[in-house]
Each structure stands twice: as C-alpha cells, then as structure tokens.
Design a protein around this ligand. Sequence first.
Ligand SMILES: [Zn+2]
Ligand SMILES: [Zn+2]
Ligand SMILES: [Zn+2]
Ligand SMILES: [Zn+2]
Length: 653
Amino acid sequence: MWTPVTEKVDASLTRWEKLHPTLEARCQILQITVGSMSQYLTQVNEMPPAVFNHLLKAMREFMWGGKSPPINFETLTAPRDKGGKNLLDLKARNDALHLMKLKSYLDLDPSTRAEWCYLLDRRLAKRVTNDSRAAPEALINTFLQSWRADEREWPKRHKSMMRSAKKFGISFDVLAATTEVLSDLPIWHHHGENPHMPQTNNSPACYCLRGQHGVIRTGDGLTRLRRLDNPTHKKNKNCKCVDCDQDRRNLGCANPHACAIAVEKKLSRLMPKWDPRTNPAPLDADDAESEDEDPSSFPPVRPTSAISEGFRILTCLSETLPSLGPSLPSEDEAPQPSQAFFTKGITIRDRDGNTRAAGGLWYDDHDERNTALLLPIHLRQTARTAELAAALHGVQSAPRNQDLIIYYSQKSIRSEILQKLDTREASGWIGAQDSSLLRALAAALRGRTGKTTFVAQDSSQARKTGKAGAVALARQGARKREAAEINPFVDPEHNLRGVQLSTLTQKLAYRGIKQARKIAPRMATTNNVKEVTQATFRNFGFSPTEAEFWSSIRHKDFSRQVKNFLYKSAHSAHRIGAFWKHIPECEERGICCRKYGVSTRPQPAHQCGRDSIILTCRKYGVSTRLQVLVRYPECNNISRRTYPQPAHQCGRD
Ligand SMILES: [Zn+2]
Ligand SMILES: [Zn+2]
Ligand SMILES: [Zn+2]
Ligand SMILES: [Zn+2]
C-alpha cells in the first residue's frame, strides 16, 4: 500500500536534485514531497516503521545532496529564531496526525461521532486491566474514566493513536462545567473522585444501581436521591414511600434505601467542581448576568458546555511550573476598601549593551507597597513583560476579597487578560509571548473573590500622579543591581494544563509536539552565538538576542550565497575558525588578524580560513540590527570603518 508513495517521493526528489537547490529550498521541497505525499495515507493508515525509516533516509540524503551532513537533522527542524530551518519533522508530523485522530475519537457528540469510535470503545472495554477493578457495564470510555485498557491488547489499527494519547498526557479537566455536562459524566470510575477517599464501584449496591436502576451517569444517580428529602421516606430497606415502592416493584431492587445512600456517597466523594449537586451555574442565569457585566472587569470562568471540550492533550507542556505558591496575605474575610495601583514597564540598555526591562508598581506617594523591580534575565526583556510582572506582584499581594483597579499602561495587557484568555488557554499558550506571567496572572485573578477592573492610564489630571509614579519606580528598578524575584505561581485549581483537544489543529499539534520535545541546541552553535554576541558588543556596542542573531543572518540584503554561508558558519559547518586549531601546521589559519588584511568577500566554500566577515549597514543602522559578524571574536582589531562590505547591495556602507 505504501510502495506507490515511497516511489513517488524518491522519483520527485531525484528530479529536484538535478536543479541543485539551496539549503533553504531543499527544506521547502521536502515539505511538499515527503510531507504532503505521505499525509493522506498516514491519516488513514498508520505509517509502518519501515516506511518511516525509508522516508527519513531519503530526506537526509536529499538535504545534503548525498554528502555527509555538516549540520545534523534535528537542528534543522528547529524554528528559525532558534537557528533551525523549520525543516519537516516527520516524527512530529506523524504524531500530530495521531492526535488529530484522537480528537475524532474523543468527539463524543453522537451526531458527529464516527462508527469506528464506538467500536473502539467496546474493544478497549473488553481489554480492561485487572487492576482497574471495573465491571463491564460500568465502562464507557477509557479517557473519560479512570480505568485502563491493557496496552498489549490495544487494537493494532489504533495503537499509534493510543500511544500518542498516553505519551502526550491526555487528561480530562475543566475549571467549571455546566450542570448538563456534570450530570452527563460517567458516575463510575469518575476522574474527579477525591483521591484521598476510598472508592466504591463494586459493592452490591453498585451492581444493583447499574443492573437494576440503570445508573451509568451522575445524572442518573440524582433521581435516586430525591427520596432522601421526602418526609415519608424511612431510612431502611422496607420503606414504603412512592419512590422506594416503585423501585422494588418495577426494578426488582431489594434495598432501595441502600441504593440511594450509595449514590449519595458516590457523589459526595467527588471533588466539589465535579458534583452536579453543588454546581450552581445554570446556563440561562449566566447569560442574564453577563448582559450588564462591566466589560473592563475580569469575568468569571465560562463553564465548559460539552464533555468533549474537557479533554486536554500535550499536558507535558505545562509541567515546569513552580510548585510553591507565594505567601499570600491571610484570607481576611473582613470587607476591604477597594484598592487601585498603576503599573509600568520600561526597557533600557545596560552597561554590557544588553536590553533590560524593569517595572514599576505604584499605589500612592510614599506608600510602602510601591515596588520597583528589575526583571530577571530568564524572562523576555520587554516593557510589557516588566509591566506584567509588576501587575502580577500587585495582584498576588492584595487580599483576595479586595476590589482591585489596575491602571495599566500597555493595552495588550488588558486584551490578553480580558479577551484572549480563553483562546490562549485552549491552545495551551503555544507560541504566546509572556505565557508564564499571563498564566500566573490569570490564575491569581481567578482565585480572587473581589472584583478586578482594568482601566487605561490616560492623561487626565486624576491619573497623572499615578502614571508618573509608576514610571519613576520603573526607572528606579532599572538602576537596581539585583533582579527581582518573580513568582509565576499557578494555582492548579485555577489553571488548565496542555491544549484543548476539541479545538486542536494539526498545525498546533505539530508545534506543540516539537516544543515538548525540546531539541538540545548544539554546543558548537551555542558557543558561536555567544561569541558573536560578545564581539558585536565590543564592536558595535549592543548585544543581540538569540532570535535577533538568527534573523539578522538572513537579512534580505544578503545574497543567497552569503545567507547560506553565514548559516553554516554559525553552526560551525564550515572549515573556518576553531576548525583549524586541531590541524597541524594550519593553526594560524584559524586566527584572524590585520596581517591578512581586510576581509575579502565571503566565500561560500571558504577553504582558506583567513576571512573574518563583518557586514554592517549604516543605512538601516542599529535598529534593524543588520550588523552581523560571524567568527573571530578573538580579534579585537575589527572596526566598523576598516571593513568594506562586499555583499552589500545598497553601496552606502
Ligand atoms: Zn423510601
Ligand atoms: Zn437497588
Ligand atoms: Zn583580524
Ligand atoms: Zn546596506
């Protein structure tokens, strides 16, 4: 079945090879050949290991035109701003397709669910493991309940999907759900059972409930409970109340009271958010409330309204969160007067030429809570990040029941929190900037009982002092020597891990899988980037970030050849620099200095090893960060003026 595909791929790669494409083009060609040609069949039928290996080998060979690879394959699959070429990652693509299949399988809506999904439900239920201690009639879906199917017995056709589900941490969780959803969840082997309480799924009453009363979902159990509030109901097996009488006669239940008590116990062992009795959020009441809700205040959690929306995947992406919460002010139930604060973030250049961000949090003149913070280096150094850190600090240190007004400076803070939060959370924050802080802020806001309102800082007289105060504090933060301790604590109760499966796209899955795998950067590359960064600072007075480095070497002013050369150099895939250090009698080739004169034009083949290449562009200046230098950071004789820029098109340098 796969032979036509592999043959077609091989043939078209041979045809492309004749055109001697560039590295860049080869990446794109692999995407449209290997990627596209194998997509359909992988979706329908799993890709056998032999085919996978064949395609991978073909990709490797094509990438380097049959020569031995100077840069390894994994490096090339990294995103561009991490030094990769976004090359097709076949394994991740296949895994992404498995997750898309899982999405169909876990679409529980009967109007759209495919027949094979029901078949798989039944087949997995037949292979329930012994330690799940589950009765056959209690089994609905292994991912919706806490029972497991024996891995060795997973149906062959669905094995990869099942494996990917496990590998990428499928789970079921909601922040809140509608009563309909809560009542529709299986009552047996429920995910939301309190792990600290003993679970019963197999007592005689449980069997009676399933067999006689047909209680499968929590909602079925609710109707059993009504009698407990009925004054004519007696708490024994011979009760003659209407409900008990019917159960005995119509259903053949021997002890209706015991069955009702069993349901009660079962539901009370669920954690509160899963108990359909304690959830007070009927849908229509919610709608009425939102009508007159203040659009600038943080909204209550939108309850999940379909079971399928509760499945989360790629939960491994969210596991690096710190486990300890900040010391919150004591839960003071006394009413609090509302509090306002102003936030501001700025960026500066530090003495080493690095961009540093600092934030200010202003309450009032001489208020001891006023905070000036220098952002730690592991966070993105932007004004927004710093302002978020300041806001987070303010929210974390306010009593939970206090009404807060946050006067923000950057508009996007408001839109991230008030408008984009649901979307970001559904997509697992993949690709979102400042996700750790935003996530922490959202969780902290959800944990508050007081209202939080976001108001823009405008130039009105009333807000002038606050605005200036926050700026002054941010400047003060920038002068600090030690970075502030930011605690991006995320309370698990107010956070969803991973990505919402029901809205997953293949593209997002692919990105998430690659992100989860975290390819370790090559040592040589990391060192090169570091050296160039330092040399850039020495020569030009600023230090580019890693992303800036990678984007600068593919600047549009460079010819294709130069781009290719720079890229390979950055990965030490050329015989320049340190390469010569280990070759007898050629050591000096690796050392660049004036003796050899002005650097010549960049040579893609670069055998001589004598050239240092510095390309600067005065026209674009520092702002576009076109200044790029590759290699020879040990040479301190480099200056901007002495080097002509042969590669430059503009002619103004
Ligand atoms: Zn009764
Ligand atoms: Zn019964
Ligand atoms: Zn030199
Ligand atoms: Zn130029």
